[in-house]
Design a protein around this ligand. Structure first.
Ligand code: MGD
Ligand code: MGD
Ligand code: MO
Length: 740
């Protein structure tokens, strides 16, 4: 009998189930998912860190909203039964609503949850509170929060980072040079939000390389590209890419290589940008010498790069990491400006695309919109904070901040409700968050595992994993839709988030609007009907639901021609005008200028980040916190894939600190510290330190995290007033030896 196939964010897999127990998982044949990550699923599902049954914090159980919130994470967690747990949660959400109002319920619940679109936990929690009457939500994301906002103003929408991408089919055979700022790191292709069938990015690179594409990577770390691409490596200081891009813009103008006709026909604001590049507006010409000084690389290296992009078909790409930094908006705006000056936007294999190196399936060229999603009703409380301003909200109830031309006034948060995310993984400056986390009356979490967040809750509901329920899953960037069969019974007393919310809806009187009278099976059928309709509008025949169930997979035919981002706009800019005020690509934005933010001028501009090697003192290093190789964020950290946390530096940094490879060290910043052991690599630029995100935050006295989570170090500052996004990559640290 064929093995059942299912899906997780790190790929499609075949499962072996024996006597009701998941015994083995391996990558779906031909899919190319990472075998270690897929193989860890049985260990994950049966981890002794599973939450076995509902739990409540001891003193909260006794004193409820009058208990000491500062004891979160230290108090004992007491097992309680389901009826009591549901009763307590229902009472609490109603009490807070009645005494403080809907906005005092914070249920933005940011996080990746699991693959599977119906049971997607963050969708379930937002649906529940939308039908309950309202809540405070979060807008934007940690991944590309700055790009999402700046791209609206520059190209009229965020598709260039959220979905659209010139496909690898268009690159192979057309692109002469692909310059990747932030690289094309193969580890990132192991995952796709929603889960993908194919993980073929290495093949795409190989194919382009064979067809003659020359790869240049601009990254402080050389391993940011597969070795077979034979790439040239340029290693700037972290956080200086904007200066490099602007220097190249100026150089193209100086060489009369800038496509002024393209600027005329397809862009607005070119003159403003050019005047800035020439130094007319601020007295500083943005020459290659200027850029080389900021990035601390030889000017000859940049001249050679300018020679290379001056001719031939050029694709420019930037990883999302670049904009997860102070003034991160500027990296993406400056890249668009450089692509505009080269004049190849909308041509095969030319122009710009964000994130080829950030997520599997970017540029895979799939049809969009055929994976269903759970409808989320509007939020009657009409309240949302920028996603990364969580701690600011807890610290400053009533404070008003500027955000993307508008304002947000922080609510007075009395209740936090989280399902499907791990803020004690994803947020910056975790010791600060921990202090502010003490403030709300009540914190309720649905979790599968005793994460750092679950441990710091008052009430924890055990949630099923996607293996314990049926679902439909896939990613809009990948050409498959999967039926995900329930493989095993729930572990312990775990229940589906949907069932937990259904019971809460019953208890709070919103059952009919939340469930709409459907159970899991009825919902899946209902969602599938939506897909069938969308497919037929695209001239495709989706299988019937029962057939999908039998087949496990629907392989969706790819689009007939390879996607080329902004191709239609280039063909007919009047008919396919962009959703910007000018209808064109905005190289200067009067609208952004009108906001009057002193940290966001009205055109792409270099501004030194708050912390970078240009203002480092003594032994400070620039810390980059990369996405983990074998985890998905904090997920899989409970398996044997977890390794002791490390910090990796260039070998020259050891001698400066009388340290030896493998030594235990304390890594410190003004925010806090964490423990790790030190490793070295010639692949890392001197002055730079690399840590993976993902180690489980433990905390500890004197703000030293014994778990080794680098977010004990990172600053919780915003990219800028415009996007208010995370700036995790802007971080200076020191390293010192500690006793073993
Ligand atoms: N320093 C630094 N910090 C970063 C980043 C960085 O580059 N540097 N990157 C940021 C980025 S881009 C992101 S996207 C975030 C990621 O941050 P998160 O998305 O919050 O991280 P995950 O570890 O994926 O957390 C998902 C949680 O949901 C739980 N979960 C999974 N499925 C279910 C379910 O069905 N039901 C319930 N109830 N729970 C479930 C998992 O057990 C896990 O604890 O981190 C951000 N943080
Ligand atoms: N295996 C695995 N893959 C993942 C994830 C995961 O958890 N595990 N998470 C997924 C998620 S949610 C996201 S948002 C994406 C994120 O995708 P990215 O943001 O692209 O991933 P990162 O690993 O943070 O960064 C990519 C590279 O950028 C380089 N870099 C960092 N700062 C700078 C800089 O200032 N200048 C230059 N030139 N380069 C810099 C680093 O060397 C790093 O290796 O990854 C996704 N892919
Ligand atoms: Mo992300």
């Amino acid at each position: 009998m064929a093995k059942p196939i299912s899906l997780c964010h790190w790929g499609a897999f075949e499962a072996e189930v024996s006597k009701g127990r998941l015994t083995a998982t391996s990558p779906w044949k031909g899919g190319g998912a990472d075998a270690d990550m897929i193989g860890a699923l049985p260990e994950l599902v049966y981890s002794d860190r599973r939450v076995s049954q509902p739990h409540a914090r001891e003193s909260w159980l006794r004193h409820r909203d009058r208990s000491d919130g500062a004891a979160r994470g230290r108090d004992k967690m007491i097992p309680i039964d389901w009826d009591l747990a549901l009763q307590l949660a229902a009472e609490e959400v109603q009490r807070v609503r009645d005494t403080s109002g809907y906005r005092s319920i914070f249920a933005g619940s940011y996080g990746w949850s699991s693959a599977g679109r119906f049971h997607h936990a963050r969708s379930q929690v937002r649906r529940f509170f939308g039908t309950f009457g309202g809540f405070t939500d979060q807008v934007g994301n940690y991944s590309w929060g700055a790009a999402q906002i700046i791209l609206q103003h520059v190209v009229g929408g965020h598709e260039a980072v959220s979905g659209a991408a010139t496909s690898w089919d268009s690159i192979a055979g057309n692109t002469d040079t692909l310059v990747a700022f932030g690289g094309l790191n193969p580890k990132n292709w192991r995952v796709t939000s929603g889960g993908a069938g194919f993980h073929h990015m290495p093949d795409h690179i190989e194919r382009a390389h064979r067809k003659g594409t020359k790869f240049v990577i601009v990254s402080p770390v050389a391993d940011d590209i597969p070795p077979q691409s034979n790439a040239e490596w340029i290693a700037p200081r972290p956080g200086t890419d904007t200066a490099l891009m602007l220097g190249l813009c100026r150089e193209m103008l100086r060489r009369n290589r800038a496509d002024l006709d393209f600027l005329d026909r397809f862009c607005s604001g070119g003159d403003t940008l050019i005047s800035y590049l020439e130094g007319k507006s601020d007295g500083q010409e943005k020459s290659l010498e200027w850029a080389a000084g900021i990035a601390d690389i030889p000017v000859e290296t940049l001249m050679a790069l300018a020679d290379r992009i001056e001719t031939g078909r050029v694709m420019l790409t930037a990883s999302w990491s670049l904009q997860r930094a102070h003034h991160g908006e500027q990296t993406h705006w400056a890249l668009i400006a450089l692509a505009a000056l080269l004049g190849q936007i909308g041509l095969p294999g030319g122009g710009f695309t964000f994130g080829y190196g950030s997520l599997n399936a970017v540029g895979q060229g799939a049809r969009k919109g055929l994976v269903p999603s759970l409808p989320i009703p509007g939020n009657p409380a009409n309240m949302a904070i920028p996603v990364a301003r969580l701690a600011d909200m807890l610290e400053n109830p009533g404070k008003t901040i500027a955000f993307n031309g508008g304002h947000v006034t922080f609510p007075d948060t009395k209740l936090i409700y989280w399902a499907g995310g791990n803020p004690f993984h994803h947020a910056q400056d975790l010791f600060r968050l921990e202090r502010l986390w003490a403030r709300p009356d009540t914190i309720i979490v649905h979790e599968q595992f005793w994460t750092a967040t679950a441990k710091r809750a008052d009430l924890v509901f055990p949630a099923t994993t996607s293996l314990e329920r049926s679902d439909i899953g896939g990613s809009s960037r990948d050409p498959h839709v999967f039926f995900m069969p329930k493989l095993i019974d729930p572990v312990g007393q775990a229940r589906n988030d949907f069932d937990i919310f259904s019971d809460l809806a019953d208890l709070t009187g919103t059952s009919s609007t939340f469930t709409e009278g459907r159970d899991e099976d009825a919902w899946l059928k209902h969602l599938w009907r939506g897909t069938e309709e969308k497919a037929s509008r695209q001239g495709l025949a989706a299988p019937e639901f029962e057939t999908l169930k039998e087949q496990n997979i629907w392989h969706v035919a790819p689009p007939e021609t390879p996607e080329i981002y902004l191709e239609a706009f280039r063909r007919n800019p009047a008919e396919h005008a962009l959703e910007t005020p000018s209808g064109r690509i905005e190289l200067a934005s009067p609208r952004i200028s009108s906001f009057g933010y002193d940290d966001v001028p009205g055109h792409p501009a270099w501004m030194a980040p708050a912390e970078w090697l240009g203002n480092a003192q003594g032994h400070e290093l620039a810390l980059l916190t990369r996405q983990p190789k074998k985890f998905l964020h904090s997920q899989l950290g409970q398996t044997s894939l977890a390794e002791a946390p490390t910090i990796c530096v260039h070998p020259c940094e050891l001698a400066k600190r009388t340290l030896a490879e493998g030594d235990p060290v304390r890594v410190s910043s003004p925010r806090g510290a964490c423990l790790a052991s030190i490793t070295v690599s010639q692949m890392v630029r001197p002055g730079v330190a690399i840590m993976e995100t993902g180690p489980w935050f433990v905390g500890g006295p004197a703000d030293v995290d014994s778990g080794g989570n680098p977010n004990a170090l990172t600053p919780d500052i915003a990219t800028s007033t415009l996007a208010q996004a995370t700036a995790a990559q802007t971080c200076l640290v020191t390293i010192e030896p500690v006793a073993d």
